[in-house]
Design a protein around this ligand. Structure first.
Ligand SMILES: O=P(O)(O)OC[C@H]1O[C@](O)(COP(=O)(O)O)[C@@H](O)[C@@H]1O
Ligand SMILES: [Mg+2]
Ligand SMILES: [Mg+2]
Length: 335
């Protein structure tokens, strides 16, 4: 076979880096298998009866799409059996999911946004799954896992990744030793290594933000974007391009490939929330991937991976991507 498979890659990683043990390797393979199933369901669209809403709301008060719930179920079922997990947490579940007693229990915690970019499902635009792996804290053995056990800063993640269901189905993964990407060979059903040691260009002329919220932003965010829009003749002296796909996975995937910055800042629509995106299921795993690829990720003033979470469904302001442009955005927030 021309390409290394995911298994081959993980076995090599395990040999070279002590950070990966056989349990973590198996866990990642099971997550990847679940993503393959979600990818199949996504691909069937109307033929699989997976489009549209369910009429229910998740804990964040968002209307759940059929695929949000189906993807959540696929990840839960796959990992209950053989994922060497102590527990799981998801954007779509009110509280944590403990591994039932009848299954072997492991030492890892898995967190996920089962279907990211839900508003794109019915319009056939790329969507994804985001996941994060933590270790259960010392002292959690021999007792039931608690929600507090999940509240660890992103810097403690042992692995993170996303699957993107687009023209190609891909998996982008880090175990703390750089970022690799895999393309699903649909005929063979295998994840094939198609990118290794991915590096994000440090400079960029491309930003991603939902511009319709501009009037609600804090002054420093507005000032940065106004300066971008001023182009060559403005204070930043360059003409910027803009993209906004409205699924974080797709926007981050573009940044992984050609650089750029992605921002979902605090805004005044719901001032009590720090931002729209979820720290544990979206910001932390994406920040680990971005940093592992040489980029940077902040909430405006602080490195996201250093934030000590206080709640499972905590929101955060997110600015991530090309290192030098993120440094510039941080400067705007210091002024
Ligand atoms: O519709 P908006 O406000 O532009 O928000 C888009 C953002 O919301 C999200 O869709 C949230 O993800 P979910 O679909 O998992 O809720 C991000 O992926 C995306 O960047
Ligand atoms: Mg999401
Ligand atoms: Mg989601």
């Amino acid at each position: 076979m021309k390409y290394k498979t995911l298994t081959h890659y993980l076995v090599e990683q395990q040999r070279e880096h002590q950070s990966i043990d056989p349990e973590l390797r198996l866990l990642l393979e099971i997550v990847a298998r679940a993503c393959k199933s979600i990818g199949h369901a996504v691909g069937k669209g109307a033929l699989g009866g997976v489009l549209g809403s369910l009429g229910s709301e998740n804990v964040q008060g968002e209307i759940q799409k059929k695929l949000d719930v189906l993807s959540n179920d696929i990840l839960l079922e796959a990992n209950e059996w053989g994922g060497h997990l102590a527990g799981m947490a998801s954007e779509e579940m009110t509280t944590i999911h403990r591994i039932p007693n009848r299954y072997p229990k492991g030492e890892y915690l898995l967190l996920f946004d089962p279907l990211d970019g839900s508003s794109n499902i019915d319009v056939n635009v790329s969507i994804g799954t985001i996941f994060s792996v933590l270790k259960a804290p010392a002292g959690a053995e021999g007792r039931d896992i608690e929600e507090a056990d999940f509240l660890q800063p992103g810097s403690r993640q042992v692995a993170a990744g996303y699957a993107i269901y687009g023209p190609q189905t891909m998996l982008v993964l880090t175990t703390g030793n750089g970022v690799a990407s895999f393309t699903l060979d649909r005929e063979m059903g295998a994840w094939c290594l198609t990118g290794e040691n991915i590096r994000i260009p440090e400079d960029t002329k491309e930003f991603a933000i939902n511009m319709s919220n501009m009037r609600h932003w804090a002054p420093e965010m507005r000032r940065y974007i106004e300066d971008c829009l001023a182009g060559q003749d403005g204070p930043l002296g360059k003409n910027y391009n803009m993209r906004w796909i409205a699924s974080m996975v797709s926007d981050v995937h573009r940044i992984m490939n050609r650089g750029g910055v992605f921002m979902y800042p605090w805004d005044a629509r719901e001032p009590e929330k720090a931002g729209k995106l979820r720290l544990m299921y979206e910001a932390n795993p994406m920040s680990m991937l971005i940093e592992q690829a040489g980029g940077a990720s902040i909430d405006g003033t602080q490195r996201i991976l250093d934030i000590q979470p206080e709640a499972l469904h905590q929101r955060v302001s997110v600015m991530l991507g090309s290192k030098n442009e993120i440094a510039r955005i941080a400067e705007y927030h210091q002024q």
